[in-house]
Design a protein around this ligand. Structure first.
Ligand SMILES: [Zn+2]
Length: 229
C-alpha cells in the first residue's frame, strides 16, 4: 500500500516537472542563481533571489548539508532548467556528448547552447527561452531561408537565422530587441538589425555559455559524475 502511494506521488511529480506551471522564480531560489525563465525579471528586485535566502519551502532548519549526490543532482537540474530541456532528451544529449571527441561535459553544454530556441533568445528576437520557443513553434523563424519550427534544431556555424516579416513590428519583439541591443549580442553571433537576421559566427567558448563557470566544481563535471554512477 505504501509502495503504491509513493509510486503515485512520483508519477505526479514527474508530470509536474514536465509541465511546471508554478512561479518561475521559485526555481531561481531552488537553484540559488537567476535562471532568467521570465527574461529580464531576474535582473530586477521582482526575482525573489534578491530578497529571500535559500531554497523555497518549509523546514529549512532540518535541511542537511549538501551531499555529493545532491550537488550533482542540483547541477543537472540547473542546466536542464536553464535550457528548458526535459530529462529524457537531456539524457539523450548526454549520451551523444559522450560519444563525441573532447570533454563530455563541455560537449553537452555546447549542444544545448546551439539549440535554435537558445540562439533565437540570444539574438534578442525573444525575451525569454519560453518566448523564443513560442516564436519558433509558430513558424516565425527561418534558418538559411527555410522555416524551421523545431526549438531543439541544432544550428551550425554560418547559419543565418531570420525572424519573419510578420513579427518585425511586433511590440514584444521590438522591446526585447531594444534590451538586447543595449546589452550587446553574444560575440559568437552577429546581428543585422535592418534585416533582422542573425549569423552564427563560431561556437561559443565556455565563458560565453549561460551556466556560470566554476573552476573548482564545474557543473558540467558534476553532471558527468552523476551519469557515470
Ligand atoms: Zn528569477
Amino acid at each position: 500500500m505504501i509502495f503504491l502511494f509513493t509510486a503515485n506521488c512520483l508519477l505526479i511529480t514527474e508530470f509536474n516537472m514536465a509541465r511546471y506551471t508554478g512561479p518561475k522564480c521559485r526555481r531561481c531560489r531552488k537553484e540559488g542563481i537567476p535562471l532568467f525563465l521570465k527574461g529580464e525579471r531576474c535582473e530586477t528586485i521582482k526575482c525573489p533571489i534578491t530578497k529571500k535566502k535559500g531554497p523555497p519551502g518549509p523546514h529549512k532548519k532540518f535541511r542537511k548539508k549538501p551531499t555529493e549526490y545532491s550537488e550533482q543532482l542540483r547541477a543537472k537540474q540547473q542546466v536542464k532548467r536553464t535550457y528548458g530541456v526535459m530529462e529524457k532528451q537531456f539524457r539523450r544529449y548526454f549520451h551523444n556528448a559522450a560519444k563525441h571527441k573532447g570533454k563530455t561535459g563541455l560537449n553537452l553544454l555546447l549542444v544545448l547552447e546551439m539549440r535554435l530556441d537558445n540562439v533565437v533568445k540570444k539574438l534578442g528576437f525573444a525575451s525569454s527561452l519560453a518566448a523564443a520557443r513560442q516564436v519558433v513553434l509558430h513558424k516565425h523563424i527561418k534558418v538559411n531561408g527555410k522555416t524551421v519550427n523545431i526549438p531543439s534544431y541544432e544550428v551550425k556555424i554560418n547559419d543565418k537565422i531570420q525572424i519573419t516579416n510578420s513579427l518585425k513590428e511586433n511590440l514584444f519583439v521590438k522591446k526585447s530587441m531594444e534590451i538586447s541591443s543595449q546589452k550587446g549580442i553574444s560575440p559568437w553571433l552577429s546581428l543585422d538589425m535592418e534585416n533582422l537576421t542573425g549569423t552564427v559566427i563560431r561556437q561559443p567558448v565556455r565563458e560565453e555559455m549561460a551556466i556560470p563557470y566554476n573552476e573548482e566544481r564545474p557543473k558540467e563535471q558534476l553532471i558527468v559524475e552523476l551519469y557515470s554512477k
